[in-house]
Design a binder for this molecule. Structure first.
Ligand SMILES: NC(=O)C1=CN([C@@H]2O[C@H](COP(=O)(O)OP(=O)(O)OC[C@H]3O[C@@H](n4cnc5c(N)ncnc54)[C@H](OP(=O)(O)O)[C@@H]3O)[C@@H](O)[C@H]2O)C=CC1
Ligand SMILES: O=C(O)[C@@H]1CCC=N1
Length: 349
């Protein structure tokens, strides 16, 4: 039987209630502390850790009231939360579950000294830790869905709770069928929602799409919107668009990273240092994105820079010799198809 380990972080010397620093207890409108609310990340890998760090940073930025007035909210986002749900408790207690000690150490290192209560659990049976959780973010690889959720102790620990799946290509019904009880009962007592953030969650700049089945309670929707809008922008989408949005929201940071690498290599070839080129290229990319988020069409951004007979159009035409836009569109389509495949592969198990 594998050994299970727990690491508890105590941030200051304040009194702890069920492991939660008194200073971090959520207060209702009347100023009365509500019960601790626990968010677990089952499969706290690259993305789970980015979300955990982003949410903790959000809480740090807003103090013990968890007031979320600072959330990113562009005019065209369908759903963003500017404030935490007043009628539902927001998480103030966190559990990160992974399989291996190496991954637990990675999270420990990433957390540094967090001003919040976090428990890290590693081992192959996360069920005891999940008993304490109210909301579970599922962050394992799609191929690990069955090994992660498939045993009865885990299912029992999830009974009646909210599961937010990050898994690419894995549908809500895929998860519900894994959670279905083996004794023949057809109902699924766990609420399952899909969310597709990206690794910019760690700097609270994620683009997260959410699929919530009809009938999801308003309270649950407020909670999920608050959670992901605390680390970026949130948009609700139907199931039919999910794989496309997975490619567009979750995979494209890797595309942009490639573009940045090309720019940096070019700048280095021209004599800049890598570090100065990196900041300049990334800030130029960020500023361009901000212009589009502020309402400028990409064509306008391009046309305002390409002065007649100028230098920029020469570079743009060079990119078009490489068929840039068609290549990028094709890469996105490939990504979407591959995301669908991740789910299908899982169903064959
Ligand atoms: N990376 C990204 O940018 C994005 C990823 N996604 C989706 O998010 C999910 C996670 O991706 P990513 O973070 O990159 O993957 P990782 O491989 O980095 O993380 C997966 C984690 O799950 C843990 N795990 C697996 N099985 C169990 C188990 N039975 N109990 C507890 N922990 C378990 C692993 O632990 P251990 O390390 O100890 O083995 C690992 O830490 C995937 O489904 C992916 O499709 C979605 C959007 C973006
Ligand atoms: O590449 C992957 O498998 C995951 C899914 C979306 C982003 N990263």
């Amino acid at each position: 039987m594998p050994k299970e380990f727990h690491y508890h972080y105590k941030i200051d010397n304040s009194t702890f209630l069920r492991g939660v620093p008194m200073a971090s207890l959520h207060r209702s409108a009347q100023g009365v502390p509500t019960a601790p609310h626990t968010l677990a990340i089952l499969g706290c890998g690259a993305l789970g850790t980015a979300i955990l760090l982003g949410v903790l940073a959000s809480i740090r930025a807003h103090g013990d009231s968890l007031d979320e007035n600072e959330t990113v909210s562009p005019a065209n986002a369908v759903a963003t939360q500017k404030s935490p749900p007043s009628s539902s408790p927001t998480p103030n207690n966190f559990i990160a579950c992974v399989r291996t000690a190496v991954s637990a150490a990675r999270i420990t290192k990433a957390l540094g000294t967090p001003p919040c209560n976090v428990t890290i659990h590693h081992g192959h049976d996360s069920a005891p830790s999940l008993l304490d959780a109210d909301i579970i973010i599922l962050g394992c690889q799609p191929i690990d869905l069955h090994s992660c959720l498939g045993n009865d102790t885990i299912k029992a620990a999830l009974h009646g709770k909210l599961v937010i799946s990050l898994l690419a290509g894995v549908t809500i019904s895929d998860i519900e069928s894994v959670l279905g009880w083996q004794d023949g009962k057809s109902y699924v007592p766990t609420t399952v929602i899909r969310a597709m953030p990206n690794t910019a969650s760690v700097v609270r700049q994620s683009m997260t799409v959410i699929e919530a089945p009809g009938g999801t309670s308003a309270r649950t929707l407020r909670m999920v919107d608050w959670l992901f809008s605390s680390i970026g922008i949130v948009q609700h989408i139907p199931a039919s668009k999910f794989d496309t949005c997975t490619a567009l929201c979750a995979s494209t940071p890797a595309f942009f990273a490639l573009f940045l690498e090309g720019l940096i290599d070019g700048a280095v070839a021209l004599g800049l240092t890598r570090s100065e080129a990196q900041i300049m290229a990334a800030q130029a990319m960020k500023g361009s994105a901000e212009l589009v988020l502020a309402g400028d069409h990409p064509t306008k951004v391009k046309e305002e820079i390409t002065t007649p007979g100028g230098s920029t159009i020469r570079g743009v035409l060079k990119l078009e010799q490489g068929n840039l836009r068609a290549v990028v569109a094709g890469a996105l389509i490939e990504c979407k198809t591959a995301a669908e495949g991740l789910g299908a592969r899982n169903r064959e198990k």
